[in-house]
Design a protein around this ligand. Sequence first.
Ligand code: AMP
Length: 415
Amino acid sequence: MTFNELNLIAPILQALETEGYKVPTPIQEKAIPIVLAQKDLLGCAQTGTGKTAAFAIPILQLLDAQHAEKAPKRIKVLILTPTRELAIQIGESFTAYGRNLKQRYAVIFGGVPQGAQVQALNRGIDILVATPGRLLDLMSQGYIHLNDIGIFVLDEADRMLDMGFIHDVKRVVAKLPQKRQTLFFSATMPPEIQKLANTILVKPEMVAVTPPATTAELVGQSVYFVDKKDKRQLLHYVLNDASITRVLVFTRTKHGADKVVKDLHKVNITAEAIHGNKSQNARQRALTNFKDGRISVLVATDIAARGIDVDMLSHVINYEIPEVPETYVHRIGRTGRAGASGTAMSFCDGEEMADWRNILKVTAQNIPVIENHPYPLAAAGQVKINPPKNKEIVHRPNAVTGGAPRHNGNQRRRW
Ligand code: AMP
């Protein structure tokens, strides 16, 4: 299917061409007609599937059609999303897809002074992208009224729950007009989220795409068994691989993230950390530097990395193995976006072995072990990982490092 067949208007088709999008992703193919038909939608999709465009494109088209009728400078669309990073990225998507249209939007989130956000609101906007806390705050100060909202998008509903925002979400929903179109997105559907969906959606159409394990199959995965004390050296070794252009390194803790950055600086590799202890400006700066290629290694904790949207992310490294298997799937989903192949490497030490086994079980995969590296686990002989039965090995030679990284003699790659 092409975007043309989705009955999109010329200014949007042109913008998609500028973006270099050739064909719609599965969620876009399914969701765009539903949204254009002004129906409620329950979308089961995670970041990386193209879900932002799946709602942003038809919303822009609907607004464009209404433009003549509706009063300008009133907020007509509200998108509620859990993190600042996601809010910014959604805003960027509206800029990109709406570049040839007149709709105005603003993005508001906490952790920064409110002045600039209030000014943007006062200039008059059609679309508001917001995190729940700052939205409620500005509503209580009288800067925002939701009386004219015709379309409400709840993005990453399950994350809202994880992050403790569910009550804030309900408070926002209570202020919305009853008559509206609601689009509800969640990667998973725990009972509380199902309940919320039932209360805020009216006769929704359901769209589900790419369950996490399938997304994981797009990514070439491998694991290095290594002693904890050798992970630092192994990271330097792996980063010498010339095919690594932009790598996201995951640690379990903020302290761990800072330590990895410090270690990399010692060997002249440019890296920055993003995590909750950094100011919003510092996080945004690090992300921009990473996107622009000024730094090649971004070190992140799970919360900070949620929804990071960077094109051409070639590699993800799990410097520490997450305790929760779903977190592993989310992490590696940061690469291999929208059909592109990526590589995910995991460094697993003796203490993390139980967590790793659990990941193999939950994802039902047999992830290749890289045996030929200079820092093997001292107790390697005792390590026994039983592959899940009757499962194909998910190993794409073109996407996986496939063995020890290549080295260019003693020449260090410049970052
Ligand atoms: P999302 O799931 O919304 O976070 O989108 C993931 C990534 O896919 C973003 O970098 C988008 O720019 C990109 N993307 C979305 N739709 C398409 C498409 N139809 N073709 C190519 N890339 C896309």
